[in-house]
Design a protein around this ligand. Structure first.
Ligand code: TNX
Length: 490
């Protein structure tokens, strides 16, 4: 079967033409027209190691090449058209994001060996035919919790590269919680100096300097991924309270917390103190300045240690403080308990009690990101045999990760309110990066497909078959993916 029929996420339309395969060879060039240069260089970087070919990026058109064109049309800037003929490959898009998505499709039309870091033997055949494609939703996210266990910049970069191939365009970084604070804040240096020094289990932890974080954001942008930083307030804040005890109500410094903790929240900034609001204001001012992307995430989840009246006052006072920096504010679904303007984005995780609140807010205009824990939480075990992970939201094997619709998962949610989907990976039990890979793959491709592909393509038998073809690709990339028993892996 043509590799054009194994692309994940499924394209809007794909028409294989077996007589139109294109072969990448030593004479192939990559032609970049009208601003396509950076994506062309990225493509060359993918194709050069395995092929060993020079694959020069050139500006002048020539036959037998791979041509990338930004045609400036009025199409969806995130969509693309890909035409593979015997005589050459043409990839066209209205914007660079579309070209980048098209490159992810193009690499999947080559044999899995193209993903190797060292030279292989080919032939390097691109499956012939035509693809026309565009995303269903603007927000196709993944979240990584770098708090409960710390992951290095190099590891986060690899994560970015791995998720980008499934057309994920948002990386939400969970940067503070009870166990640690991971982002340098210059006005509040003890947050990382003290609060960043450990992790679950008491290991050494770590943090990102502002410079490192800026570089990471730029790296993600080169993969057309927007970083959304989350600093979780007013709950999930033991690390901040231990670093600055004036943020507690009783002024007593709590010890650093290195246990897994309960999921309902046991810490809180003191919502009655002015210093709390100065803290939040200064923290988000620095974070906003580090973040070219349009979103800041303020957490607001599981605030059982915050008196309700104080919580509502806190949220209502903090939203305009954070919003002043010109960013759209995201909060977990609990944020909707407060009186929030319709610009606030709610991230649904579906603990089962807030559905009516979320649907009502969405009807008033609040956009919603869908991360239903029983389907999209990457920290849930696949099966009872999975050695790590939780099961409070149930087991989530690939069929469950794939088997939901963003437009019907919350009863009464107007479909127009759906900004997109996001798969969160909380890391209380995830200690090492190979375990991050294990929990992420292959569930993330399933959720990424829900975010990208039109609902008309949704078909579990077909998805199983297509995903099976990705086993060899992930293996060549050295990804420690879970060989779910539900998938007939190639
Ligand atoms: C709930 S869902 C949390 C996290 C935990 C996670 C573990 C949500 C917004 N908060 O603090 O890490 O469960 O599955």
């Amino acid at each position: 079967m043509s590799r054009m029929l194994t692309v994940v996420p499924a394209p809007v339309s794909a028409q294989p033409r077996p007589d139109a395969d294109f072969e990448v060879d030593a004479s192939t060039a990559i032609v970049a027209v009208d601003g396509a240069g950076p994506v062309a260089e990225y493509l060359a970087g993918i194709l050069r190691p395995a092929t060993g070919y020079a694959l020069p990026v050139v500006a002048d058109s020539r036959p037998g090449s791979i041509t990338l064109t930004i045609d400036g049309g009025d199409g969806d800037p995130a969509g693309y058209r890909l035409d593979v003929e015997r005589t050459g490959v043409a990839l066209r898009a209205a914007g660079a994001a579309g070209l980048f998505a098209g490159v992810q499709t193009l690499r999947q039309l080559l044999p899995p060996a193209i993903e190797a870091a060292a030279r292989g033997s080919g032939p390097w055949t691109v499956a012939g035919g035509h693809v026309a494609d565009r995303p269903r939703y603007a927000h196709r996210g993944v979240m990584l919790d770098v708090v409960r266990h710390f992951f290095t910049i190099a590891e986060v970069r690899r994560f970015i590269d791995l998720v980008a191939q499934y057309k994920v365009n948002v990386l939400h970084l969970h940067l503070s919680d009870d166990q640690a604070w991971r982002l340098e804040i210059r006005r509040w240096p003890r947050l990382t100096g003290h609060g960043g020094s450990t992790q679950v289990g008491g290991g050494p932890g770590g943090f990102y300097t502002q410079e490192q974080f800026r570089d990471l954001v730029a790296y993600a942008a080169s993969r057309h991924i927007t970083v959304i930083p989350e600093l979780d307030v007013p709950g999930h804040t033991t690390a901040a309270l231990a670093s600055y005890p004036e943020l507690t109500c009783d002024g007593v410094e709590p010890p650093l917390f290195t246990a897994i903790g309960n999921a309902t929240g046991f810490s809180s900034l003191c919502t009655d103190k002015e210093v709390t609001y100065r803290f939040v204001d200064e923290v988000f001012a620095e974070v906003a300045a580090l973040t070219p992307g349009g979103f800041l995430h303020i957490g607001t989840d599981e605030t059982h240690a915050t008196p309700e009246e104080g919580y509502l006052r806190f949220v209502e006072r903090v939203l305009p403080l954070v919003g002043r920096h010109g960013k759209t504010v995201i909060g977990w679904q609990e944020v909707l308990r407060a009186a929030v303007p319709p610009s606030v984005v709610a991230q649904y995780w579906g603990r089962g009690t807030d559905d009516a609140t979320v649907a009502a807010a969405a009807a008033r205009g609040n956009p919603v990101i869908l991360s239903p824990s029983k389907s999209a939480y990457l920290d849930m075990k696949y099966t009872e045999e999975t050695p790590i992970g939780f099961k409070w939201a149930g087991y989530v094997d690939v069929d469950k990760a794939y088997g939901w619709d963003p437009e019907t998962v919350v009863e009464g949610l107007p479909p127009s309110a759906v900004l997109g989907v996001e798969a969160p990976l909380w890391t209380e039990t995830v200690e090492r990066f190979d375990q991050v890979e294990y929990m992420t793959f292959p569930r993330l491709p399933a959720i990424a497909e829900l975010g990208w592909s039109p609902r008309s393509t949704h078909d579990w038998p077909d998805f199983r078959r297509r995903l099976a073809a990705h086993g060899p690709r992930l293996a060549v990339q050295g990804v420690n993916f879970h060989r779910s028993a539900l998938i007939p892996w190639e």
